[in-house]
Design a protein around this ligand. Structure first.
Ligand code: F0G
Length: 481
């Protein structure tokens, strides 16, 4: 008998209380934090969907590993467990531990980047893009056609647009493109997966032009499970083998182990290229630490080694992908537009479509995040104009292409009733959505504004102004390049 209820494939041994607050308290907290949820103390959040990064629950086996972590400076046993776990999975000979994903990005792009170079990708994640740009190179994305059509479902909306990629390589010259990065799953575009076929086609093009292909594999296991579910020919293949095939197609990988390794901290850079690895290790010693710990404690290495095996348990992945879909379906039933289908690690609400009364310059995604916190104590993150708004050389205001509220689900942390609660709060919000007001900037830094910007609800009569009429707005947000 195959039962239709998919259950959480774990029981709970250790619990933490949630932060209950009243609406009145939350209104005050919002005002104090200038409508920026990054400024709210986590203990004042009831359900925290800000990120799935470093927020997962570790297993008893991982906690056990932590107690026997070897903290030797050089040659620690925990490092060799870490290295073996990564080699078994990826097949790459060179394994370099780092304290988190962006450290791997910084090391590799400072080696191969520089002015006049281009990194190409299905979509660079923000920190990946920032590290490419910090090297002086340009980060160029080629998302599959239809990836930005959020209403239209597709099995592999994380794919690379192969034709556009090849055209670009021909125009810019392969010698100016030191790397192609395939982000699996594609976080920037809704946690959508990449198909094995697309990985193969991308690899063919990369090989034809001699460009190394690396995976940004923070969520490799979720991607592999989607391949099993959705791609022809894989429904009988164990997910572990699918993942191994994905790594085999690439020349190397960078990973934030804060996602699909269930660790609270950590990452790695792994590859075949011994010359690159030697250079990377020199930089590693400079900024992270010695080769066998790279910015991590021995206990972290141990937890990652175990987590990388656990994440390929198919009962876990079935529950993981199903629980994200459950939240997405609940919101869709309420008529809330989301990026369809729901992604692996979260649901992305289309705030632009939900609230056409809020103009992009009044940050619909951020305004929706504030409203969700106010009504239900739930924290998500706006991905829109506050993050990506720009001015062009002429000084014209350019809003972001999208206004999404990301609800990222931490791994093994919340149960179905928590998600039912989120859906119920959305039911209330959607009925009263006209009352949600846009926001205006009080103060914001020039770069990475969304983390620290101070905002307030826009007052009557100012809805049309691009920056609001506040005295301090003009010089700070979206400066002329
Ligand atoms: N690559 C991807 C696809 C990511 O999603 C992240 C982080 C990184 C690289 C960087 O890794 O945080 O360990 O330095 N994503 C987090 C998020 C922050 O919330 O999506 P990191």
């Amino acid at each position: 008998m195959e039962w239709k209820t998919i259950i959480e494939p774990f029981r709970i041994k250790s619990v933490e209380p949630l932060g209950f607050t009243t609406r009145q308290e939350r209104l005050k907290l919002l005002e104090q934090s200038h409508y920026n949820l990054f400024n709210i103390r986590a203990e004042k959040v009831l359900i925290d969907l800000l990120t799935d990064s470093g927020t997962g629950a570790m297993s008893a086996a991982q906690w056990g590993g932590i107690m026997i972590g070897d903290e030797s400076y050089a040659g620690a046993r925990s490092y060799y467990n870490f290295e073996n776990s990564i080699k078994d999975l990826t097949g790459y000979e060179e394994v370099i531990p780092v304290h988190q994903g962006r450290a791997a990005e910084h090391i590799i792009f400072s080696m191969i980047g520089g002015h006049g170079k281009y990194m190409v990708s299905n979509s660079h994640f923000d920190t990946t893009r920032a590290n490419v740009e910090a090297s002086g190179a340009e980060a160029v994305d080629f998302p599959a056609k239809g990836a930005l059509d959020f209403d239209k479902p597709g099995p592999f909306k994380g794919n690379m647009d192969i034709e556009a990629l090849e055209k670009f390589i021909k125009v810019k010259g392969a010698k100016n493109i030191p790397m192609c990065v395939m982000t699996v799953t594609n976080n920037s575009l809704g946690g959508q997966p990449v198909s094995m076929e697309n990985l193969k086609s991308t690899q063919n093009i990369c090989r034809k032009y001699g460009i190394p292909m690396f995976l940004d594999c923070a969520r490799f296991a979720e991607n592999a499970y989607f391949i099993k579910l959705r791609e022809k020919g894989y429904n009988q293949t164990p997910v572990r083998e699918i993942a191994q095939q994905m790594f085999e197609l690439a020349d190397g990988a960078m990973m934030s182990s804060k996602k699909d390794a269930f660790a609270n901290m950590g990452g790695f850079l792994a590859m075949h290229n011994t010359e690159w690895a030697a250079k990377a290790r020199q930089l590693l010693i400079l900024t992270e630490g010695f080769n066998t710990y790279g910015g991590l404690a021995g206990r972290d290495l141990e937890a990652i080694a175990i987590g990388l095996r656990e994440v390929l348990d198919e009962n876990y992945l079935q529950y993981r992908i199903r629980s994200t879909a459950y939240m997405g379906e609940g919101l869709m039933r309420l008529g809330i537009p989301i990026v369809t289908p729901p992604g692996g690690h979260g649901v992305y609400v289309n705030a632009k479509k939900l609230m056409p009364h809020i103009k992009p310059q009044n940050f619909p995604a951020t305004a929706l995040a504030a409203a969700l916190y106010l009504e239900g104590g739930i924290r998500g993150v706006g991905i829109g104009t506050l993050m990506f708004g720009r001015r062009n050389a002429k000084g014209d205001f350019l809003p972001a292409d999208m206004e999404l509220l990301r609800l990222a689900i931490p791994r093994r942390v919340y149960t179905q009733s928590h998600i039912d609660y989120v859906i119920e709060v959305f039911g209330h919000l959607v009925k009263n959505k006209k009352a949600i007001k846009g926001l205006e900037i009080l103060e914001a830094p020039k770069a990475l504004a969304h983390f620290t910007a101070k905002l307030r609800p826009i007052s009557k009569g100012r809805e049309d102004s691009v920056e609001g009429k506040g005295r301090r707005n003009k010089e700070l947000l979206y400066p002329k390049p």
